[in-house]
Design a protein around this ligand. Sequence first.
Ligand SMILES: *[C@@H]1O[C@H](CO)[C@@H](O)[C@H](O)[C@H]1NC(C)=O
Ligand SMILES: *[C@@H]1O[C@H](CO)[C@@H](O)[C@H](O)[C@H]1NC(C)=O
Ligand SMILES: *[C@@H]1O[C@H](CO)[C@@H](O)[C@H](O)[C@H]1NC(C)=O
Length: 337
Amino acid sequence: METNRRITRSGLCLMVVMLAVLTAPITTQKPALDDFSVSVPDAPITAWSGSSVSLPCELSPLFNAEPLEVRWYRSENSYSPALLYKDHKIQETPVDPRYRGRVSLTGGMERGNVSLTLEKVTLEDRGEYVCRVSSEQWFDKASVFLTVKVLGGIPVLSVAEARGGGGQVNVTCLSEGWSPQPKLIWTNKEGTEIRNEQEVLNTSDPLGLVSVSSWLLNAPSYSDWLACIVSLSEEAKREGRILPHTAVPVVSKEAFIVTLILLALSLVIICALCSVILWKRRGSMWSSSRKSRNRSDQTELGQRPAETKNLIEGAEHTMPRPTKQRAAGKEINLGVT
Ligand SMILES: *[C@@H]1O[C@H](CO)[C@@H](O)[C@H](O)[C@H]1NC(C)=O
Ligand SMILES: *[C@@H]1O[C@H](CO)[C@@H](O)[C@H](O)[C@H]1NC(C)=O
Ligand SMILES: *[C@@H]1O[C@H](CO)[C@@H](O)[C@H](O)[C@H]1NC(C)=O
């Protein structure tokens, strides 16, 4: 009983001490309105385009920032800030219209956290932001750099014959629409990086999106693909693959021979068809001209369709058909006369 109560009492003491320690910085710190600083991280803050981000900024020492003025602005634009907190509330003017409805101070100002929350981040939001906190007697400011990430397109690879020959092919990789500058590497089928002495070209469009391209000379191959990997980080990467050979099969002799044989075969077939058609045509023309001499009342009107039809249909129909058609031609003639 006795020991039990003692334990409870000491536990209570410990809790009181812990509470005192935990609340000490807030309760014992008097608002130091004439001597404080702001602290921000050194490293840039990165955010995906379209996401929300917090740009950290804290008072040091930590104390209630509610009586102070907090101004977040782009370094070049302090008169039209992204956010202005004054007279205990966020002001509607003067503020940069590009940030309207997207900014807030949600970190807990009463605890000295004046971090800026920015929603629906766009590429234009990247750059330097100044966190400026002021009292009537004092101010301090510090800047945070925001980097906006955009995942670019899947790398597009193409193969051309290398200038100067040498039996090699020139493989080109192009990937567009990145932010910030991505890294480009080539790997083989096994995933081993291929060292490439050619410089990676970077071009930037008016929006600030970066395109990267690179080329590589490689021995042609029909089985070992090459990969071009463009990445911002280990998690944010895109890969394109290609079999490094040109449309003209210079390497595979088998493929070349097969193509030749197919070409020769189709030539033979075409020739055979041509001669059959020509032979048939000559035959039918000869027979019809002989017969038309017999029947001089024959006109072109009835003759022509018969001829065309004969060419299309089988050889066994060739002989009986003209008589039928001629009969029809005669009927038409009879009808006209
Ligand atoms: C300050 O507030 C932001 C949210 O706006 C939060 O991400 C950050 O962790 C807070 N900092 C501290 C030290 O609590
Ligand atoms: C390879 O192709 C690129 C363009 O895609 C070209 O700039 C380069 O000169 C070519 N190199 C050779 C050796 O053909
Ligand atoms: C492209 O960017 C990379 C990485 O930043 C750099 O190493 C390379 O020199 C740049 N190339 C050009 C042509 O600017």
